[in-house]
Every structure is written in structure tokens, then in C-alpha cells.
Design a protein around this ligand. Structure first.
Ligand code: AMP
Length: 397
């Protein structure tokens, strides 16, 4: 993958696809600027070289032009993070934008309006990509890891209008890819992956790929119940995908053949309703009452997982261990976060990704301890599936 390290941007204009898809509150203020912070090293390098930066991003899921999703709302936060004034233009293609790019001087930054105000962006429309490529920038830089799994106009298609010498991965994209490779392909053994979340169906590809990569595969969250049922447990009202029982059986068999240790919960917190106020009790996975549902892993499981995590040299975590949005069912997810923090302090390499797991790690104040926190959700999952992301492939073509 070509990176920006060997490019000198002196007097050059770089069109950078960033991922500024940040959360806003009702007053349209940015409530989490992680993604803006993550793009800073690339922008700093380009300006430091004496170049200028044209930033383009999407924000939310607008249906056509919609003020609510305007990138004007994030100008102040971008200025705060970058420590300098930026220019904003209320469009992302056309003559006015071209003029603004032409007038951009070394050291200046221009932020374009939301790319998704044009439906062509998500469709990967070639003409729209050509219009972006024609804005007048010398280089196309992709630093939007969070959308690198999409073949959109600005994330992939645009790259074909720049030759190999004039396109590259930004520092965030480079860091993400290196971190995932370090954990997945070059990880010191024992390698442990913890996969949680609601459904097996959304993570089949990840689980199948991990079966060729890891020593321990811990399966928690809602998806564990499909496996527990496949093993003959009665799971009451717990979430289950009955059409994936065969698949769960196949995964368990494959793990056995590959010498991968699959770890499932041994006890769970069950509730008599899907509610934070439900009655709860802790039961073994073989004793889930008929009308109750498992909403978190139990204390025995937490202890067991901690032991495995402490003995691991490489740890990958994606997806919560329970319905952590409800306080009574957050302990499992929090305990996994704490275990990974502790193992990392002792020298293990840890990679955490996905909105829920990252939120847990942040809530627990563990961000400094984790070796790498991915900014990608879907993109990380596709990397964990072993896929080449379109946004990365396009830079090499
Ligand atoms: P995902 O987006 O697939 O990572 O799933 C995250 C969601 O899974 C969270 O909103 C959790 O509340 C939910 N989840 C985790 N464990 C369970 C469970 N035991 N039963 C129902 N939902 C769960």
C-alpha cells in the first residue's frame, strides 16, 4: 500500500477523503471528535510539507441536500482540533468549488460540503467521481478507514482518475491496516479473539476467517445462544437464529479440526423481560428457565474469560458480551474491557473495534491501555473477514 510518507506536498494540493461522520447533538455540536482527531496526522503532514488540503467527507445519511447534515456544523470543531482556521464551501463539486480550490494557498484547508448530498456518491457514480477528481487537486489521499469498505465515488471510484504516483493512503488508513495485520497475521501466540454482538449472521465471515488465525475464539453476546442451542442447551427466550444452528454446528466442528479452542459462556444473567427493570438471576447455561432470556454473561464466565485473556499475547475484541445499554447487563462487557486493559499493561497486543466495544473501553477509561482502538465498524469487520477493502484496492490499481 502506497502511503504519504514519501510524498513531498510542497506547493501541492491534496484532496483528502476523511471520515468526519461524527455524532452531533440537538444543538448540532460534535459530541465525539475521535474521527477528526484521527485525521489530524495526515493533514498536519501535508501542511507541514508546505501543501494545502481539501477535505471531503460524508455526514450521516441525508436524502439529498439537508441542512441538518451540513458539514458547516463541524467547522468549529475541526478548527479546534487542527488548531487553525479552515475555509468551508457549501458544495463539493462545480465551478465555485473549483475556484475555491484554485485560490487555496500553501498551509490552507478547505472543507467541502457533505458528499452524500449527491446520491451519486453512494452509487459510486463515475461522472460524479470525475467531477471530484477535476476540482484541481494534485493528489488523491484516502484516509477514511471507516468507509474504506464501500465502493463509493469518493472512497474508491475517484482513484482511477489519479495515476499511481498521485494517490496514496493517509496515515490513519495506514495505521489501521498495520494494526489489524499485526493482530491477525503477525500476532504473537496465544492469539485470542472475542466476538460478541446480537447475531451470528452478521459475523459469520469474521468467525470463519478467525478459525484459521486464532488459538482461542470466545463467543459472547446474543450470538452465543445459537451455539449453546446447537450444543443441546435449552435457552428459554434468549435471542436465537434457528436457521443458523447448522452453521453453528459446522463452526464448532471446524474449530475442532483446526485446533481452535472455542469458548462459550458457562453461566449467564437471565431476565424475565427485555428491560433494565426486569427481574434477574444467574444460572448455568444448562438451566435457563423456559420463559427467561440470557442478557449477559455470568460471574463464572467472566472469571474464565479473564484467565484466558491474561494468558494471551494478542487479543482482538469486537462486540458486546450482553445488552450493555441496560446497566444490569453491562458487567460482562465491562469485565472483558478491564481484562483486556490488564493484559495489555502486561505486554499483550490488543486491538478493539466496533462502536459498542469502543464505547465500553472509553467509559472505563481504558483508551490509553489498549494497544489500538480502531475507528472502523463495518470496515474493521471486513478486514477481519480477510477481505481487501475497495478503498484500499483502488489505491493500488
Ligand atoms: P452488534 O451490532 O451485532 O455488535 O450487536 C450489538 C447489540 O447486541 C447491542 O445493542 C446489544 O444490546 C446486543 N446484545 C448483546 N447481547 C445480547 C443478548 N444476550 N440478547 C440480546 N441482545 C444482545
Amino acid at each position: 500500500m502506497k502511503t504519504i510518507d514519501h510524498i513531498n506536498f510542497h506547493n501541492q494540493k491534496a484532496l483528502i477523503r476523511v471520515d468526519f461522520n461524527v455524532p452531533l447533538n440537538e444543538q448540532f455540536q460534535v459530541t465525539d471528535n475521535t474521527r477528526i482527531e484521527a485525521a489530524k496526522p495526515t493533514i498536519d503532514k501535508i501542511l507541514h510539507d508546505g501543501g494545502s488540503a481539501v477535505l471531503m467527507s460524508h455526514l450521516g445519511r441525508p436524502k439529498g441536500k439537508d441542512e441538518k447534515f451540513s458539514l458547516k456544523h463541524i467547522v468549529n470543531e475541526v478548527e479546534k482540533v487542527l488548531g487553525r482556521k479552515i475555509k468551508f464551501i457549501p458544495d463539493c463539486i462545480g465551478e465555485d468549488v473549483k475556484k475555491a480550490v484554485a485560490q487555496l494557498k500553501s498551509g490552507e484547508i478547505l472543507l467541502l460540503e457533505n458528499l452524500r448530498f449527491y446520491p451519486e456518491e453512494k452509487k459510486g457514480d463515475i461522472e460524479f467521481a470525475r467531477q471530484l477528481a477535476d476540482l484541481g487537486a494534485d493528489y488523491y489521499i484516502n484516509d477514511a478507514f471507516g468507509t474504506a469498505h464501500r465502493a463509493h465515488a469518493s472512497t474508491a471510484v475517484i482513484a482511477r482518475f489519479f495515476d499511481k504516483e498521485h494517490k496514496a493512503a493517509g496515515k490513519l488508513l495506514e495505521k489501521e491496516v498495520n494494526a489489524i495485520q499485526k493482530a491477525l497475521d503477525k500476532g504473537e501466540k496465544p492469539v485470542t479473539a472475542i466476538i460478541g454482538g446480537a447475531k451470528v449472521s452478521s459475523k459469520i465471515g469474521v468467525i470463519e476467517n478467525l478459525l484459521n488465525k486464532v488459538d482461542n475464539l470466545i463467543i459472547v453476546g446474543g450470538m452465543a445462544y445459537t451455539f449453546l442451542k446447537a450444543l443441546g442447551n435449552k435457552i428459554g427466550n434468549s435471542i436465537v437464529e434457528d436457521d443458523k444452528i447448522d452453521l453453528a454446528e459446522r463452526i464448532l466442528k471446524q474449530a475442532n479440526e483446526n485446533g481452535v479452542n472455542i469458548i462459550l459462556p458457562v453461566d449467564v444473567v437471565v431476565a424475565d423481560a427485555f428491560s433494565p427493570d426486569a427481574q434477574t438471576k444467574i444460572v448455568s447455561v444448562s438451566d435457563i428457565p423456559e420463559t427467561w432470556q440470557g442478557l449477559d454473561i455470568g460471574p463464572e464466565t467472566r472469571k474464565m474469560l479473564d484467565k484466558i485473556i491474561q494468558n494471551s499475547k494478542t487479543i482482538i475484541w469486537n462486540g458486546p458480551a450482553g445488552v450493555f445499554e441496560f446497566d444490569p447487563f453491562a458487567k460482562g462487557t465491562e469485565s472483558i474491557g478491564l481484562s483486556i486493559g490488564k493484559a495489555s499493561e502486561k505486554g499483550a497486543y490488543s486491538l478493539v473495534g466496533g462502536g459498542d466495544s469502543v464505547a465500553a473501553v472509553k467509559k472505563l477509561g481504558l483508551t490509553e491501555k489498549i494497544s489500538y482502538i480502531s475507528t472502523g465498524g463495518g470496515a474493521l469487520l471486513e478486514m477481519l473477514e480477510g477481505k481487501t477493502l475497495p478503498g484500499i484496492a483502488a489505491l493500488n490499481e
